[in-house]
Ligand binder design. Structure first.
Ligand code: AMP
Ligand code: ZN
Length: 487
């Protein structure tokens, strides 16, 4: 399977030709969400980026086993994920629910949001709590090879010892001394021997809710361990791609590599792929900074910084207009521009079936098709791809207006190009095409609601809006009137 795909690899800090270990199979592991609260739009950006990668690899003919876990235990509050309270247990106590009720609620919520954004489900979605035995076995292996130590029922990874024979900073490009100097002091409160050491197994305090027996204590596995254990279980000790947001790279992924190398002498993945952050006014969108918003708030426009709501596919399009390794700043103007661009693209897409071929052609589609593949082969460059699709859209409009002739071979190629890249690879759906007559019916309802508003009959106008939302249609009020979209 000869492909000319180049992928940026954080391990080597350059774009490398993608060579699968065992073609046509590709193993890809992506760190999934910690299901203690609703996913915010930043999280969605990361999963939409990997959805693009998954879709493109599959389109190229690779049989991708895509594993994306669900973290349902062991992720503590501290920066490194192994200090403070367990995020899920904390939420469970506050809500007076079982931790597994929290897990269930937010896992379902996450799946709903992924479906709305047309993100394909992964091949396997393992949970941390479903793999306690594998994690205990991994701790045993690391202990047996001398890279971990036990203190009063908890087990810690010995980073300095590991770094004597291995390069702990292989992924983040940092020297151990620098990392040590930049880490705060333990203040004598900690059981860890070294400043950079991290927990593998944590002895549970009596009040801790989610705990399991182990050779060391009744406790729970630490966060980094689950990804090492589950990726190895489903993809083997050495697989193709490991991904996640760039914020996971310095600690979570660095520790994952150390665990796998310590246990079996193998860096688990050939290509480490990291997506960049969605920001708001230049700051990472995050729950703790209080600048995050939920997908539904964006769809409804129900948030203080939003001028109006945007449809899910507009949001997906907005995200794909940036390269996955660039930061993307959220803003009303950028969203408005994306909404216009997406409409323009989909309008021409809808015209495809009505185009008529001529006996001669004034346009060749093959060079455009090749440029689309070139864009995606260059580290999944979706913004360049979208620019090429706008070129295709200009051609469609010109043919439609009778300003350009196209023969049947080129017309077929144009149709294929649009379907492959818009639907299959970018994963965009035509929200306006909700059925033949449905758009007309919805337009009429929107008009009736507009009249109710003019008559100050707000009860009716709200009833219409809420009723449509319940059956999956979102109304977006803007300066130029009201539009509807499917959610
Ligand atoms: P978490 O549930 O906090 O473990 O995060 C789930 C995923 O979302 C991780 O891969 C993070 O890197 C990613 N993520 C968190 N915040 C953002 C953001 N603002 N932009 C893009 N990805 C993010
Ligand atoms: Zn992970």
């Amino acid at each position: 399977m000869e492909q000319n795909l180049f992928v940026y690899n954080t391990l080597t800090r350059k774009k490398e030709k993608f060579i699968a270990i065992n073609p046509p199979h590709v193993g890809m592991y992506v760190c999934g969400p910690t299901v203690y609260s609703d996913v915010h739009l930043g999280n969605c950006r990361t999963y939409i980026s990997f959805d693009l990668i998954f879709r493109y690899l599959s389109h190229l003919g690779y049989k991708v086993r895509y594993v994306r876990n669900v973290t349902d235990a062991g992720h503590l509050e501290g920066d490194a994920g192994d200090e403070g309270e367990d995020k899920i247990s904390k939420k469970a106590k506050l809500a007076q629910l079982e931790p597994m009720e929290i897990v269930q609620k937010y896992t379902i919520g996450f799946h709903d949001v992924m479906r709305i954004f047309n993100v394909l489900p992964p091949s396997i979605e393992p949970t941390a709590t479903g793999h306690i035995i594998e994690q205990i076995e991994l701790v045993k292996a690391i202990l047996a090879r001398g890279y971990a130590y036990e203190v009063d029922g908890s087990v810690y990874f010995d980073v300095e010892k590991y770094n004597k024979t291995q390069d702990y900073g292989i992924l983040n490009g940092r020297k151990l001394e620098d990392l040590i100097n930049n880490t705060r002091d333990l203040g004598g409160q900690d059981e860890k021997l070294g400043k950079l050491d991290f927990a593998l197994w944590i002895k549970a305090k009596p009040e801790h809710l989610m705990k399991w027996p182990s050779p060391w204590s009744i406790g729970f596995p630490a966060w980094h361990l689950e990804c090492s254990a589950m990726s190895a279980k489903y993809l083997g000790q050495h697989f193709d791609i490991h991904g996640g947001g760039i914020d996971l790279m310095p600690t979570h992924h660095t520790n994952e590599i150390a665990q796998n190398v310590a246990a079996c002498n193998k860096n688990p993945a050939n290509y480490w792929v990291h997506t960049n952050m969605l920001t708001v006014n230049g700051q990472k969108m995050s729950k703790s900074l209080g600048n995050s918003f939920l997908p539904y708030e964006l769809f409804t426009g129900n948030h203080s910084i939003l001028n109006k709501g945007y449809s899910p596919m507009t949001v997906r399009f907005f995200m794909l207009q940036a390269h996955y390794r660039s930061t993307l700043d959220f803003g009303n103007d950028a969203m408005e521009a994306s909404e216009k661009g997406f409409k323009r693209l989909m309008n021409s897409f809808s015209l495809l079936d009505s185009l008529v071929a001529s006996g001669t052609t004034e346009v060749e589609i093959e060079p455009l098709l090749l440029r689309c593949y070139e864009a995606m082969n260059d580290d999944f460059n979706s913004p360049v791809l979208i620019a090429e699709l706008f070129e295709a859209s200009r051609i469609i409009n010109s043919v439609h207006d009778g300003k350009l002739k196209i023969n049947s071979t080129n017309l077929e190629l144009l149709k294929q190009l649009m379907r492959i890249f818009i639907l299959d690879i970018l994963g965009l759906t035509n929200e306006q095409a909700a059925g033949d007559d449905l758009p007309k019916v919805l337009d009429m309802i929107v008009e009736l609601r507009g009249e109710a508003k003019i008559n100050r009959d707000y009860a009716t106008s709200d009833k219409i809006r809420d009723g449509l939302q319940k059956i999956g249609f979102q109304l977006n009020d803007g300066k130029e009137g009201t539009t509807w979209s499917k959610i």
